[in-house]
Design a protein around this ligand. Structure first.
Ligand SMILES: Cc1ncc(COP(=O)(O)O)c(C=O)c1O
Length: 394
């Protein structure tokens, strides 16, 4: 865990974006992440479920929460509104709008955010297939949302995760603007979602500043009023650099390394998207200077638990070695399971540099924020591992 990397990213976004930063909790729902963000000025969180709401509330009771899942259960809406003070809800259908109004007892103080479907070209993960209303169908819903609330009515979209093209944001904003003009309504909020990229081998995106510039240009070109708020919901870019996994080599078979972590653990993307995350041998003694390409297998019995890589490591990797796999702070820990009895782990806080950085951190070490040294117990409490056991940090 590198809380220093979270702090740097949080400060960068708040510095550069002329708007509000909502952290997309799904990217890494660890209490130390929420705490570090809060301590570094992030006050707003994009949540998608009651457990995410409870997590944020337990760490930062005063946080502003936006329930940005466009399909919610009635029970979740009711609990979010009445028990947790959530006022911001997203929707992409008339049915969801009716559900939100009904489940909040016809509340008039809602912030209703209409999720638009926009192009995901240039993103590693499309997020437009499942959610979002098309520009053609949006005007009637925008009008209905406008009439349903006396508070904020807004628009949101998601250009896709790990978006490699800054212009995608500007394009999405102009599509959204068209729908607003056709509906004849002005939005109080323009929420550009997530999608801000990180660096992975073979994926070197443009500078993050280019994304911010594109968003500011897009916002200036939109038909909005003077007080319209600009929001963004970065997940990946805030936390990708903040975690590595240190996995142990249990066996070597030629160029295949059998590790104690895999696709059911923190390496989902290394399997399903074949991302060759950066790796480094961690060993006390000398290692060969010759590098070789390896593939990894995880610990479960499932043959899908395979990470093709290639992962370049010294030629003499052997049983008992440890391998640091970097850039796993986003959608790594968040996706890990206890399948087959594996997934047990210990957590520790480090102040070294991440293996790559959008913020110029690598190879510079980062100072540890105060909180993590002082509130160690909080980290222990939240490092609960599958099976109900608690792990003590050493
Ligand atoms: C509504 C919403 N906002 C923000 C995010 C965060 O996206 P990213 O991690 O690509 O920044 C997601 C990711 O799925 C999302 O669904």
């Amino acid at each position: 865990m590198r809380p220093g990397a979270v702090a740097v990213a949080a400060n960068w976004f708040q510095d550069k974006l002329q708007g509000d930063v909502f952290y997309a909790v799904k990217a890494n729902p660890s209490a130390w992440v929420i705490q570090t963000l809060w301590d570094n000025g992030i006050r707003s969180f994009d949540v998608a479920s009651i457990p995410e709401i409870e997590l944020v509330r337990s760490v930062a009771p005063e946080a502003r929460l936006a329930f940005m899942h466009p399909v919610k259960s009635r029970a979740a809406i009711t609990r979010a509104y009445f028990d947790h003070g959530v006022r911001t809800f997203s929707l992409d259908t008339h049915e969801e709008l009716a559900k939100i109004l009904d489940a909040t007892g016809g509340a008039k103080d809602l912030n209703l955010i209409v999720r638009m479907a926009v192009s995901s070209d240039g993103a590693a993960y499309s997020l437009s297939g499942k959610f979002g209303i098309s520009v053609d169908q949006a005007p009637a819903l925008l009008l209905a949302a406008r009439r349903a609330t006396q508070d904020l009515m807004g628009v949101s979209f998601h250009v896709g995760s790990q978006c490699m093209r800054p212009s995608a944001f500007q394009g999405a904003m102009s599509q959204t603007s068209r729908a607003l003009v056709r509906a004849g309504v002005l939005a109080d909020v323009v929420d550009v979602g997530g999608g801000f990229p990180s660096i992975y081998p073979g994926m070197h995106p443009p500078e993050l500043q280019d994304y911010i510039d594109a968003i500011h240009r897009g916002f200036n070109e939109m038909m909005v009023h003077e007080t319209t708020e600009l929001w963004a919901e970065p997940g990946r870019a805030l936390v990708a650099e903040a975690s590595s996994i240190l996995a142990k080599v249990e066996l070597r078979k030629g160029d295949a390394l059998y590790l104690n972590d895999g696709s059911y653990g923190g390496l989902f993307d290394a399997t399903h998207s074949k991302w060759p995350f950066p790796v480094k041998l961690v060993r006390d003694g000398e290692a060969s200077s010759e590098l070789k390409p390896y593939r990894f297998y995880g610990p479960t019995c499932d043959s899908i638990d395979h990470m093709p890589g290639p992962f370049w490591l010294p030629a003499d990797v052997q049983e008992g070695d440890y391998i640091e796999i970097g850039m796993l702070g986003a959608y790594g820990v968040a996706l890990s399971t206890g399948f087959n009895g594996f997934g047990d782990h210990e957590q520790c806080i480090v102040g070294d540099a991440p293996m790559a950085s959008m913020y110029g951190l690598a190879p510079r070490a980062i100072p540890l924020p105060r909180l993590q040294q002082e509130e160690d117990r909080k980290v222990v409490r939240l490092s609960r591992v599958k099976g109900g056991k608690r792990k003590r940090r050493k």
